[in-house]
Design a protein around this ligand. Structure first.
Ligand code: GLU
Length: 441
């Protein structure tokens, strides 16, 4: 049975990078007919907020990425305490008392001597009396996991054969001075006790994976399969980390991006498969294969979402957007025509606002000086609405007869004067949507 999990910390909103992790884990579970767990990594009581947990669920809901169950780490603290006991009994856990400043100094010294800044395990040499003394002076220590200094190897689903020398990694702190269990241990306990079979996460977790494999083994559990996807960069290869704030899923939603556009892009970006708009998540599931993703950083360009959203919108029936049209105030009788005409001319649903403004007569443009007299004359030949499918033809014929203008010189200034735009739907289709007679400024 395949079990995957998406494990965000509810300390902020989900962004495009998180979506990649969520989606891969989701697709693997669904393709195998397995279980997809939403796990909230909320052991940090200061930074974790219920409103972020709610927002995460809302964003996943919006995308249609349904989870089979929710787990909260804050409800499992006793499990982590039990695991810590096991590690202690196995001689793999030790208390250390260095202050952050002391650790910093050690690191600087090591770097100065050209050595990797790995914790020197000084605490291992402390006698019971020394520990008691330090505890009396400084309070509880932190608890570190004693790595076995061997090579840690696994076959990564994306990176291939991966090997990390445990001696190049500091013994990880698993319990803080204040007793708070850290992610590294909590995640191991959850992954093993929840039967997680596949862990897909960003390549920033590769070192964590190495230490977590040893912790799992120390707890007598078999590690799951791991795959580390590359991190996203901006279109020019620049780090995306600083811009992630504006690339939250809720911002993208507010900017009118369609979920299927986002999912279609993110389920293929960075793989050897082409990005194509898919009609449903089921289609994405079918074609998904984690082995087709490469290890190189993946370029993400928000601009790529616009044509995908446009194509998605152009294929939607009226029923899918009726709420939006109601909210805009488009009369029911006009809605089918409005949608049929506009859907090919928008890249997000919010673009409909601008079109409705045009049809309500609220987008009267500045007319170029050289066209002013012509447009005035032409408007004099146009009656009051309602207009129909013949209005444009009849009106432009009359304007042509009256002014002698023809071709582009006839049509373009009138298109612009009516819609305020130089491009858009067929004018014969536009005219019946005009709620008021177009006017001049
Ligand atoms: N809460 C961790 C994170 O968001 C989860 C990492 C993992 O998938 O194990 O980075």
């Amino acid at each position: 049975m395949t079990v995957t999990r998406f494990a965000p910390s509810p300390t902020g909103y989900l962004h495009i990078g998180n979506l990649r992790t969520a989606l891969f884990n989701y697709l693997i579970a669904r393709k195998a007919g397995g279980t997809f767990i939403l796990r909230l990594d909320d052991t940090d009581p200061e930074r974790s907020k219920p409103e972020f947990a709610d927002a995460i669920m809302e964003d996943l809901d919006w995308l249609g990425l349904t989870w089979d169950r929710v787990e909260r780490q804050s409800a499992r603290l006793d499990r982590y305490a039990a695991a810590a006991e096991t590690l202690r009994a196995a001689g793999r856990f030790y208390e250390a008392f260095e202050t952050p400043t002391e650790l910093d100094l050690k690191r600087k010294k090591q770097l100065n001597m050209g050595r990797p800044p790995v914790y020197d395990r000084a605490a291992l040499a402390l006698s019971d009396e020394e520990k008691a003394k330090l505890r009396a002076e400084r309070g509880q220590g932190v608890w570190r996991f004693k790595l076995d200094h061997a090579r840690i190897e696994w076959k990564d689903g994306i990176l291939g054969e991966t090997s990390i020398d445990a001696a190049s990694v500091s013994d990880p702190v698993l319990i803080r001075q204040d007793g708070q269990v850290l992610y590294t241990l909590a995640s191991v306990v959850d992954d093993t006790e929840m039967g997680v079979t596949h862990v897909v996460r960003g390549s920033d977790h590769v070192t964590n994976t190495a230490t977590q494999i040893q912790i799992m083994e120390a707890l007598g559990a078999a590690p799951p399969a791991f795959a580390h996807h590359s991190l996203l960069t901006g279109p020019g290869g620049e780090a995306l980390s600083k811009r992630l704030g504006t690339l939250s899923l809720r911002d993208l939603r507010a900017r009118g991006v369609a979920p299927m556009a986002l999912l279609s892009l993110m389920a293929r970006l960075g793989s050897s498969d082409p990005v194509e708009l898919r009609g449903s998540i089921a289609e994405l599931v079918e074609g998904f294969d984690i082995a087709r993703f490469g290890a190189a950083p993946t370029k993400f360009d928000e601009a790529d979402l616009a044509p995908l959203t446009a194509r998605h919108l152009a294929g939607l029936p009226l029923s899918a957007v009726k709420d939006k049209l109601d909210a805009l105030g488009v009369p029911g009788a006009l809605q089918l025509h409005f949608w049929t005409v506009c859907r090919e001319n928008i890249s997000t649903l919010s673009d409909l606002d601008g079109w409705w403004e045009v049809f309500e007569g609220g987008a009267i443009p500045e007319v170029a000086e050289e066209d002013r007299a012509f447009v005035e004359t032409a408007f004099g030949l146009l009656g009051e609405p309602p207009y129909d499918g013949d209005t444009w033809g009849a009106w432009t014929s009359a304007a042509k007869a009256a002014t002698g203008r023809k071709g582009r010189g006839l049509f373009m200034p009138l298109r612009h004067a009516v819609t305020g735009r130089t491009k858009g739907p067929e004018m014969a289709d536009v005219m019946p949507l005009m709620q008021v007679k177009p006017g001049l400024r």
